[in-house]
Design a protein around this ligand. Structure first.
Ligand SMILES: *Cc1c(COP(=O)(O)O)cnc(C)c1O
Length: 384
């Protein structure tokens, strides 16, 4: 029977310790989360600035619902584009220093909207091997040739670009790698894009709000101005604490996306109350230097707390701090041991990370205290 195949595939996943499970949270996203009546100290969210539970954003939603109701009622290109969406796009473009921005419902949709709109059959995408799954899917959807270079290997990328006779070329990378926490060499990538007349598409899901002046993101981190060949994707469900994403770039690029990008056009605009909430979140990001400072202090505390132990952190200047354990079963064991002491650090396994590189992904939030981090490092030292 056609469905029994699924049963055996599920059983095979379980054998390989690759089954995913969900926990049902009985509290909101914060540094402590209630699961099955138990409060866990959590290092698992992407709520890097602690905005997911910020009362001012909640208030913005309450105010907005009175004026705008709940639903947008249609696509942005028909009747779903309301004043808060427009204001948000303008504020986002201004914030990251681009001509214009387009607001998408999620980062996944932004990515699958951008890549297939800019390239297609006969073109080539040059992608970092550790790119996020949504970027991989975006390339497949585009039907362009998918050339993957070793993580941050600019020499290999250059060789591929030089050898390519594709009509259009597009370099595609996470700006901050989601499971490693390191930053892509944006200056070198831009130089190569210039030399080979390629698009440079940056997915800054983990840099927006965290890196750069006032949290303006990875380009600001490197002091790089916008350029017409750059397309910047920022997501709004991580540091911004709400949901959604935006694509920023030159006016022509954004106009073209608005006309052609299928995941922008053929979907209902997200609720105007979300856009209103994001306007407040953006203000909190801008004025949130103390939160970013706290993040840096917490990161240092984590490094100090684990130095000299078997728990080797990958180098990271962001809020993401992975500890590579290796095997799937081994990482699950560590994660479970932490859970037994009331601490939630997720075990990240293939296909999210390469085979044999399963890891704990410790993510910090500005709402954590130094004591929270100390509890984690003490617990890891216990398990060691
Ligand atoms: C989370 C993430 C996305 C997807 O964004 P959503 O808004 O969650 O859909 C895209 N790219 C990267 C690198 C991410 O980490």
């Amino acid at each position: 029977m056609i469905w029994t195949e699924l049963e055996s595939e599920l059983a095979a996943l379980a054998d390989k310790h690759l089954l995913r499970t969900r926990k049902t949270l009985e509290s909101g996203c914060n540094t402590h989360m209630m699961v099955s009546g138990k409060s866990l100290l959590a290092f698992c969210s992407n709520d890097y600035l602690g905005l997911a539970s910020h009362p001012l954003i909640g208030q913005a939603i309450c105010d907005a619902v009175k004026r705008w109701g709940t639903g947008s009622g249609g696509s942005h290109v028909v009747n779903g584009h309301m004043l808060p969406h427009q204001q948000l796009e303008e504020a986002l473009a201004d914030f990251v220093g681009a001509d214009r921005a387009l607001y998408y419902s999620t980062g996944y949709m932004a990515n699958i909207g951008v890549v297939p709109t800019l390239v297609g059959r006969g073109d080539a995408v040059f992608a970092d091997r550790l790119n996020h799954a949504s970027l991989i899917d975006a390339v497949q959807l585009s039907r362009a040739e998918h050339r993957r270079y070793a993580h941050k290997d600019m020499a290999q990328l250059e060789k591929m670009l030089a050898a390519s006779d594709a009509k259009r070329k597009l370099i595609l990378t996470d700006a901050v790698f989601s499971m490693d926490g390191d930053i892509a060499p944006l200056k070198e990538l831009f130089d190569l894009a210039e030399r080979y007349d390629a698009w440079l598409v940056l997915d800054d899901a983990h840099g927006f709000g965290v890196l750069g002046l006032e949290g303006r993101g990875s380009l600001s981190h490197f002091g790089m101005p916008f350029h017409p060949r750059m397309v910047y994707v920022g997501t709004l469900g991580k540091a911004a604490g709400v949901s959604g994403a935006f694509v920023a770039g030159a006016s022509t690029v954004i106009e073209y996306l608005m006309q052609r990008s299928r995941s922008y056009i053929f979907t209902t605009a997200s609720s105007p109350i979300i856009a209103s909430a994001l306007l407040t979140a953006l203000e909190l990001i801008k004025t949130g230097e103390s939160r970013r400072k706290q993040l840096r202090a917490l990161s240092q505390c984590l490094r100090d707390g684990l130095s000299g132990t078997a728990w080797q952190l990958l180098p990271s200047s962001t809020a993401i701090h992975p500890v590579v354990v290796g095997g799937n079963e081994a990482v699950l064991k560590v994660s479970k041991a932490l859970m037994d002491s009331g601490i939630w650090v997720p075990a990240i396994r293939p296909p999210t990370v390469p085979q044999g590189a399963a890891r704990l992904r410790i993510s910090l939030s500005a709402s954590h205290t130094l004591d929270d981090v100390k509890r984690l490092t003490d617990a890891l030292r216990e398990i060691e």
